[in-house]
Design a protein around this ligand. Structure first.
Ligand SMILES: [Zn+2]
Length: 240
């Protein structure tokens, strides 16, 4: 099993390549590219959240607890909440991730379970898509794909490390095939994972359609307002 250092190195290299390509070829804003590269690097540690209590779990969960509310900020602003409510929501999210999620992970996940699977990488991408509510669809897809890419990098590295080159060709360790998989041997984690993936998929699709509609309305309003902007701006004359 590759260690923490192998994973973070691998996903950082892939993330850098991904961000650089989007900047160079796709003409993406450098800030979005940097966020994508960073998220890809961090997502490369995500599947090993199932490796039991320890420093990696504690640090990763603490990091997620800080970053997720920040990513949700725009989404919360879109709901029209007052600042106080946004702060309270951020604090509630921090507590839910820091304590709720780590409790769930410590008690209900086992190593190389459904956390190491292809549907889990889809879930990670969908959650990012829902949290990162940028107006332009391309930016949203880019950022959520970065998380999926980092996650997949981890799974691929796990699989590569389970093959050993011996004297008589490659030897497969017992862990081979337990990372890049569609389902595990136990029924209920499979069920939970697939139900979650489907539900989040439906939510994300609905949200994408809604955001697109909102963007169209905004564009139409801008177009409608354009002819009037050409006239010199007149100040309102108030009668006393
Ligand atoms: Zn792993």
């Amino acid at each position: 099993m590759p260690g923490f250092r192998v994973h973070i190195t691998g996903s950082s290299i892939v993330g850098l390549g991904y961000g650089a390509a989007a900047w160079y070829v796709g003409d993406m804003h450098p800030m979005t590219c940097t966020l994508g590269a960073g998220l890809c690097a961090v997502a490369g540690m995500m599947p090993d959240l199932d490796s039991g209590p320890g420093i990696p779990l504690r640090e990763s969960v603490a990091f997620a607890a800080a970053v997720v509310p920040m990513m949700m900020l725009h989404r919360l602003q879109q709901t029209g909440m007052p600042l106080e409510a946004i702060i309270l929501c951020g604090a509630a999210m921090y507590l839910a991730i820091r304590f709720g999620l780590s409790w769930l992970l410590k008690n209900y996940s086992y190593h190389r379970g459904m956390f190491h699977s292809l549907p889990a990488s889809a879930i990670a991408g969908q959650v990012t898509f829902l949290a990162f509510a940028a107006e332009e669809p391309l930016r949203r897809y880019f950022v959520s794909s970065a998380v999926v890419l980092g996650f997949l990098t981890h799974l691929v590295l796990d699989e590569i490390w389970s093959v050993k080159l011996g004297m008589f060709g490659p030897k497969f360790k017992k862990s081979f095939g337990t990372a890049l998989k569609f389902h595990g041997p136990v029924l209920w984690p499979n069920l939970v994972t697939y139900v979650l993936a489907l539900a989040l998929g439906a939510l994300a699709a609905g949200d994408a359609a809604w955001t697109e509609k909102l963007a169209t309305v905004k564009r139409q309003m801008e177009q409608a307002a354009r002819p009037y902007q050409q006239y010199p701006f007149q100040q309102w004359q108030y009668r006393r």
